[in-house]
Design a protein around this ligand. Sequence first.
Ligand code: 5AD
Ligand code: SF4
Length: 467
Amino acid sequence: MQDVETQKQYVEKVKQLNENKNRKYTILTMGCQLNENDSEKLCGMIEEMGYTRAENQKDADLVVFNTCCVRENAEDKLFGKLGELKKIKESKGTIIAIGGCMMQEKHITEKLKQSYPYVDIIFGTHTLYRFPEDLYKAIEEKKKIEDVLDIDGKIYEGLPIKRDSNVKANVTIMNGCNNFCSYCIVPYVRGRERSRQPREIIEEIMHLAENGYKEVTLLGQNVNSYLRVEKEKNIPYEQFEGINSFATLLKAVNNINGIERIRFVSPHPKDFTDDVIDAIASSDKVCKLIHLPLQSGNTKVLKEMNRKYTKEQYLHLVEKMKSKIPNLKLSTDIIVGFPGETEEEFEDTLDVVKKVNFEQVFMFIYSKRVGTPGYKMTNQVPEEIKHERFNRLKELVESQIEENNKKYVGTTQKVLVEGESKTNSKMLSGRTDSNKVVVFEADKNLIGKLIDVKIESEHKWYLKGVI
Ligand code: 5AD
Ligand code: SF4
């Protein structure tokens, strides 16, 4: 692709500028796994340009932030960090580059330019592949760069990538979202849904398998509508290994030798068609922990959220999935305090949580996002009520997790060994099929292997076992 080739030339130019200078960089990533995957691509480009990772921000010649704007606290975090960086910038001339979802928001880039003029590069979600060019211009031409596109970017293939793990890998299968849930900023900052070509995905995963990777997570804002827009709008795509939907993609990935586990995030309940359920049931490598974002358990709130399913439809889907997929476990996302949510409506959420008994729940307090329909709703829930509901939900979820964890004690679990435990380097750490962290004592040569671990105790956020 011409655009990527041009960037390769800029990679070479920056590399020459950096020759024998021992240049260092740091990167801070906020938000979801899609952002983490974007950061891995940024790191790939940055390391090809001759930078190595700095242990400490103050030693860095280049500091990159890859931002998220899904919830408010991400903004506070960015502005806090920028304050800290000012001194480093003054003493060392560090190049500061800020990219990602938040940079697609006009009010944020305006604030940056006004209050943080020492930021060198602002880049958006659609221009990430152009980072080498932006960096070159910032260094060589000493320009302030603002490189943000409002239109949907193409999907760029063939960017270098520096992955965080050598056991499990994220593979983005689609970009953007067409759902416009009324609380969500993602469709505005990531643009319209567009899927990667089946061949590109399969070749990437085959390459990962050849390099010893054992687990892949397929990523997208709405993975189970993979290729849907292309089919609806007659946008040409190349059929490859019979892939023409998310279900057929899962089956094709399941056939790749060397890959032992497949995960995916996030699907949308409204698109959870029977062919996807059947593909999960019949594909032995697909983990039987499925993330199924609920958001609210009340039909009226779901309608206001533009989620396109009712409480009953969600529960019915869960029953159907449980009946077709043996040992199925579920995780979910829930927002409390959406505008207009009453006490009774919130209790419907608690009711669904009790009925489904999720393995894991990601809980969020509703946060107003500029530009979304939710922002203009006049019936916002007061902060203290939102917090009180959040705490009640948290209590319920934690008691369920404790109960569920107890069920693991005494069982033998297949664990994919990921590496040393972060808190104790004498121990190894890995995950079960259901994504529970397990720590145990073992030889490091087991890293990357799928082994049996007998669970001896549970500790809220992890399990302890012996091999
Ligand atoms: N406020 C709170 N939570 C949100 N999410 C998305 N937008 C908002 C918002 N405005 C949550 C949803 C989504 C997850 C990634 O973040 O639960 O599934
Ligand atoms: Fe946001 Fe809804 Fe799209 Fe998920 S499906 S990214 S919550 S708009």
